[in-house]
Design a protein around this ligand. Structure first.
Ligand SMILES: *Cc1c(COP(=O)(O)O)cnc(C)c1O
Length: 352
């Protein structure tokens, strides 16, 4: 080790799901949307004035902020945008979680939360989900420096209702409570309607899943204007131009097309419910996912072996080598054809 290496920041990075180069694989491992973005996005892309790449983008990303505000009937000063919700949530940790008391998030949840907490040296505690992977309200009734959880939760897919979220907020009025709604469009109820009632609530969403734009990197937060102002102050202290010009312009087109959004979201929900039936027939056990994935386990087969078997058949799903969930697989909902290919492969595994 060189002397200067001792001054490096020590981090244990987040491991994203694999992005295989082989385009022939059935990719059910990162919760991407199996359908393309809205048609207006493609058109805008083709007509984009590429000479504008010479210029810096609008640091306020105003067109996109306005389009999101209009969609949710909010004012511009209640919306913050960033490079995917990872950027928005990371920025939120930096902005809001500066207490000496630990922040709280579940033991089984999005595995980026503990990475950001470690990166920013934020103390944290991870209350344990119950046997059926439900969040226990009582665990969030203790002194803390902030609260964050996804709704529906990842990778379990389990959702809570707004009454639950209100109780968390009622108890935690002196800290910022962040609800990560990456998957909310697939059947859970959004807490965005509570932001005028609870000034300490920040709701984070993304274009990566339900709007089929993971590659564009667009995320956003909605909340009281003081929260949004604080996020912007931190953003402008770090990088003024987080959003690039194509992301701003194409994001506007994506959010404007409500009809296409409804259509693909409904299709995914239908295929999810169909997939639950098929998984059940094959002997899998799982909770009632409200997301675009199902978190399954099998009474007889080892998840890791299944994972390797499916990979050998060019079907990628996600396996987490983590306590309590090592015998589970998180399977993204793909097209009907992709899911049928998965079920056919699983049937063959049964026979072998
Ligand atoms: C996918 C995901 C995100 C981040 O998505 P971005 O692509 O960065 O917008 C955030 N939280 C959860 C729970 C997710 O699953």
């Amino acid at each position: 080790m060189r002397a200067w290496e001792q001054y490096f920041r020590q981090v244990e990075p987040y491991t994203p799901g694999e992005q295989p180069k082989d385009t022939g694989v059935i990719k059910l491992n990162t919760n991407e949307n199996p359908y393309p973005p809205a048609p207006a996005v493609e058109k805008a892309m083709q007509n984009m004035d590429f000479s504008k790449f010479r210029l810096y983008p609008d640091p306020k990303a105003e067109a996109l902020v306005e389009a999101i505000a209009a969609y949710y009937q909010l004012s511009k000063d209640q919306v913050f945008v960033g490079v995917g919700s990872d950027d928005v949530i990371g920025m939120s940790f930096l902005t809001f979680f500066n207490s000496d008391k630990p922040i709280l998030f579940p033991d089984i949840t999005y595995s980026f939360y503990d990475v950001w907490a470690d990166l920013f040296k934020i103390p944290y505690e991870r209350p344990v989900l119950d046997q059926t992977f439900q969040i226990c309200l009582e665990d969030y009734k203790k002194e803390n420096g902030g609260v964050i959880f996804p709704n529906p939760n990842a990778p379990t897919g389990e959702a809570v209702d707004l009454e639950f979220i209100k109780k968390v907020l009622d108890y935690n009025q002196d800290v910022v409570v962040i609800i990560d709604e990456a998957y909310v469009d697939f059947g859970a109820k959004s807490a965005v309607e509570l932001i005028n009632q609870y000034e300490n609530l920040l709701v984070v969403q993304t274009f990566s899943k339900s709007r089929a734009m993971a590659g564009m990197r667009i995320g956003y937060a909605m909340g009281d204007k003081r929260l949004i102002q604080a996020l912007n102050d931190v953003k402008y202290s770090y990088n003024s131009y987080t959003m690039n010009m194509p992301a701003i312009e194409l994001g506007v087109k994506a959010i404007e097309d409500k009809e296409y959004f409804r259509e693909i979201t409904e299709k995914i929900i239908d295929i999810r419910e169909y997939s639950k039936e098929e998984f059940k027939k094959l002997g899998f056990v799982f909770g009632d996912s409200m997301a675009n994935f199902i978190f399954v386990t099998h009474k007889e087969y080892q998840a890791e072996e299944l994972f390797e078997y499916l990979k050998s058949k060019k079907i990628y799903v996600r396996h987490f080598k983590q306590p309590r969930i090592q015998n589970y697989l998180r399977v993204t909902i793909g097209t009907k054809e992709q899911m049928d290919a998965l079920f056919a492969a699983l049937k063959n595994y049964q026979r072998a």
